[in-house]
Design a protein around this ligand. Structure first.
Ligand SMILES: Cc1cc2nc3c(=O)[nH]c(=O)nc-3n(C[C@H](O)[C@H](O)[C@H](O)COP(=O)(O)O)c2cc1C
Length: 212
């Protein structure tokens, strides 16, 4: 391990939001992708990917994701739906569904059924209204806890916090120790721009000795 000798310091308050966006996205990676299903008040299903996403606790199990405010200052359909119906499903994204996931990121109008538009099969959820996407091997049914806005205007964050009510794990993916088989699930991650990563190249690191 060798320390770097010099650094360029970019003060975010002195930069355009777009420049900060690009530096942030190419520094914090790979980001997991949540393909989020929601429904509008009139029941139209919506599906869109979000890589400002993570699991953040287990008692109760919780997730966060952030639909940013659009460049024109308006909100994304997912956020509008969550304000109306505070429920969502996180569908994980394996390599086999990444093209359909990308299609779901198109700016469809709110009245479009994005399951149909992107080619996903909807299946009824157990506890909530939004359907799950059957092509995803693990789906998390979530109840919205809170929406936390960070900043305002284009590219500002709207952190949606959800409590996971249940996991649906595809047949053959769950191991006896309660973990999902990492090789089978074959998820992709988002890098910067149009780049993605797989989780096919892995290594293990033993935990440090706690008695020091
Ligand atoms: C892999 C991927 C990750 C994305 N992550 C985000 C994100 O974290 N936040 C965001 O606001 N938009 C993100 N987008 C863009 C949204 O998916 C896109 O704006 C979509 O049209 C929003 O749909 P909606 O209006 O139906 O909610 C991402 C797109 C892709 C392809």
């Amino acid at each position: 391990m060798k320390p770097h000798e010099s650094f360029t310091t970019l003060v975010t308050a002195d930069r355009e939001p777009r420049a900060n966006f690009k530096t942030l996205l190419s520094s914090v990676l790979p980001r997991p992708i949540a393909l989020v299903s929601t429904v509008s008040a009139d029941g139209t299903p919506n599906l869109a990917p979000f890589s400002f996403f993570n699991g953040v606790g287990s008692n109760p199990p919780a997730v966060v994701f952030s639909p940013c405010t659009k460049a024109d200052g308006t909100d994304k359909d997912t956020l509008n739906n969550l304000r109306q119906v505070g429920e969502f499903v996180v569908n994980v994204v394996p390599h086999a569904v990444c093209e359909a996931m990308n299609e779901a990121s198109s700016p469809f109008s709110p009245d479009v059924n994005e399951f149909e538009a992107a080619g996903f099969t909807p299946v009824k959820s157990r506890f909530i209204q939004p359907p799950r996407a059957c092509e995803s091997p693990v789906q998390l049914e979530c109840k919205l806890v809170k929406i936390v806005p960070v900043g305002e205007g284009p590219l500002s964050a709207n952190i949606c916090i959800g409590h996971v009510l249940c996991f649906h794990v595809a047949e053959g993916y769950l191991s006896p120790d309660d973990t999902v088989d990492v090789t089978k699930i074959d998820l992709v991650g988002r890098l910067g721009g149009e780049d993605y990563s797989t989780i096919r190249d892995r290594f293990a690191l033993a935990k440090p000795n706690p008695k020091r």
